[in-house]
Design a protein. Structure first.
Length: 213
């Protein structure tokens, strides 16, 4: 009798362990499917750079483009946002105007740059220039708040970065790091970017059917 009870106890423990492993496997499979094929959608506020990239991919799927969106289009959008951001800062190229800093608008325009950097990274991943693992690694550079050289980074640094013809991991790493340095220059940390991105993402989702198409 004791032997039977012992066997049943062992089988019960093994069944619990097997169930836990199955649940873990299903969760990992779901996460991998989201990141590689973008077949699941998220409605959650981004907590890291990978979340932000997935949200950007979801947004881009919903936007109707009347011609194929190519790399040069993403580059031009990114450059345009750099100039719009610059015009909201005290360092604006419009030297003939008195520049007043409006931090809310400044952060919004900075976040727009991050929108197109995310689009650029997703594009590079889609065409095979970078791997999923390399894209995940970019989160480290997005979160870092203690770059020692960030004081020299400005919008021209970002514009110069996008001149590269091929978007390797090394380039994208530098682009994310440079844009993070630019963000820090104006006092914005990664949580500020994530919060503003989430607000703008929801606003853009609502604009798709009303203003954009």
């Amino acid at each position: 009798m004791m032997t039977i009870l012992l066997i049943l106890s062992v089988l019960y423990v093994l069944s619990l362990a097997l169930k836990a492993e199955c649940e873990k496997y299903e969760e990992n499979k779901k996460m991998n499917r989201c990141e590689t094929n973008n077949k699941c959608e998220t409605n959650n506020k981004p907590e890291n750079f990978t979340d932000l990239l997935n949200l950007q991919k979801e947004l881009d799927k919903k936007i109707i483009n009347y011609r194929p969106r190519k790399l040069k289009d993403i580059k031009k959008s990114l450059i345009a946002e750099c100039i719009e951001f610059d015009e909201e800062t005290i360092d604006s190229h419009k030297t003939w105007k008195t520049n007043k800093r409006h931090k809310e608008k400044e952060l919004e325009e900075l976040t727009d740059i991050w929108f197109f950097v995310a689009q650029l990274i997703n594009y590079a991943c889609d065409i095979g220039d970078v791997t999923i693992t390399e894209v995940r690694n970019l989160d480290v550079f997005f979160k870092t708040e203690d770059y020692i050289y960030f004081g020299d980074t400005d919008v021209l640094t970002i514009i110069n970065d996008v001149r590269t013809p091929r978007f390797t991991y090394e380039f994208l790493r530098e682009l994310v790091r440079d844009l993070k340095c630019l963000s820090l220059n104006y006092g914005y940390k990664h949580n500020d970017i994530l919060d503003c991105y989430w607000t703008k993402w929801n606003k853009n989702i609502n604009r798709i059917n009303s203003e954009w198409n």
